[in-house]
Design a protein around this ligand. Structure first.
Ligand code: NAD
Length: 334
């Protein structure tokens, strides 16, 4: 039944099993690094839940997947509290939706939002937090449920692109994406298959499974890489825009993706999306979309966030590549 036609009683009946199904897929994906359905199947179910909750706000519960950052931390890794929560990100699936997001952003803001955005590739890996004290790397952690992540410091120390020491004595947290290059993923899976071990579903899950190891020696052999893209306390590094933050991180020795672009209008956004939709397969790492961020960092702070996502950034997700070939469809209604 289309959501517009649902009665409250029907919605009530559907929402429980729908949430349970989404949570189950979430556990498989975030906890076990072993998804059982394609992302677009998850996204479609999630979108339907959002639509039902938008139509019937009285049905929203605090434990709904729409109100929580995906991923618990049930592994044996030591837990880490994120003083500044590591959030998820909203998403849109078309340019029109993206432009709507931008106009609503201005409508809802108390501040003047200059339409200047930094566009970046959405790297298909898992979020990583790196904390430096006096220029020395002291902690690496995963996002977990956003407030509590997992301590992966020893594992992170084995990743070549992560500097152990910065050229300046900074005490700052840097965030970015840990990912596995496509070639390394193919090699790893081939080796696992030859050894009779279970293979990883995709590079994102391989990266997560490799970073969240109890033994850093295993991680060291997994060829993980990073692209850093966020400095929550940007004042500490003396920058005022997202594009400057990326440059500064590069200067400090982090690996930063070179393909960001500052844009101001629909045409420029469309061009960027078209370029990277076309180039996507040639990249040596996986991307699942484009991220648009308000470039001015003070404006980001003024826009703030919801319980789950920042209001100053949004992901444009590429259309699924293999939808036509999928054999099984998922039924979650009772
Ligand atoms: P997300 O992974 O889609 O987006 C948020 C994340 O994007 C951030 O946490 C960050 O790690 C990452 N990111 C990559 N490049 C970035 C950049 N340049 N700037 C900022 N952030 C960047 O959100 P999510 O809530 O973690 O997960 C939802 C995604 O996971 C969906 O794509 C969904 O399909 C997938 N998922 C799939 C299943 C499944 O069963 N297949 C289950 C759960 C979730």
């Amino acid at each position: 039944t289309p959501v517009e036609e649902l009665t409250l009683a029907q919605a009530q009946q559907e929402i429980g099993p729908l949430r349970a199904q989404i949570s189950q897929w979430g556990r498989e994906y975030y906890e076990q690094d072993n998804p059982t359905v394609e992302d677009y199947v998850y996204d479609r179910a999630y979108q339907r839940l959002v639509q039902i909750e938008t139509k019937f706000p009285e049905l929203v519960t605090p434990d709904s997947p729409t109100q929580r950052v995906g991923g618990e931390t049930e592994s044996q890794l030591t837990k880490v509290r994120h003083e500044i929560p590591m959030l998820s990100m909203g998403d849109v699936f078309s340019l029109d939706e993206l432009m709507d997001f931008n106009s609503r952003q201005q409508d809802n803001a108390d501040v003047e939002v200059t339409p200047e955005y930094n566009l970046e590739l959405k790297i298909d890996g898992l979020s990583l937090s790196l904390v430096y004290e006096n220029g020395k790397l002291v902690q690496g952690s995963t996002r977990g449920n956003g407030n509590i992540g997992e301590d992966v410091t020893a594992n992170v120390m084995t990743i070549k692109s992560v500097p152990h020491e910065l050229p300046e004595p900074l005490s700052v947290e840097f965030r970015g994406e840990c990912y596995m290059p496509k070639k390394s993923f193919a090699k790893l899976n081939a080796a696992r298959e030859a050894a009779g071990q279970p293979t990883f579903a995709n590079p994102r899950n391989a990266a997560a499974g490799s970073l969240r190891q109890l033994d850093p020696k295993v991680t060291a052999h997994r060829d993980l890489d990073t692209f850093m893209y966020y400095v929550p306390e940007y004042q500490k590094i003396g920058v005022s825009t997202q594009a400057e933050a990326l440059d500064k991180m590069r200067e400090l020795g982090f690996k930063v993706n070179p393909n960001n672009r500052v844009v101001h209008n629909r045409q420029e956004i469309e061009d960027y999306i078209d370029e990277y939709t076309a180039q996507r397969d040639q990249l040596t790492y996986g991307i699942d979309g484009i991220v648009e961020k308000v470039n001015d960092l003070d404006t980001q702070i003024a826009l703030g966030n919801t319980v789950k996502v920042p209001r100053w950034e949004i992901a444009y997700k590429f259309p699924p590549e293999e939808e036509a070939t999928v054999v099984r469809d998922i039924e979650w209604t009772v």
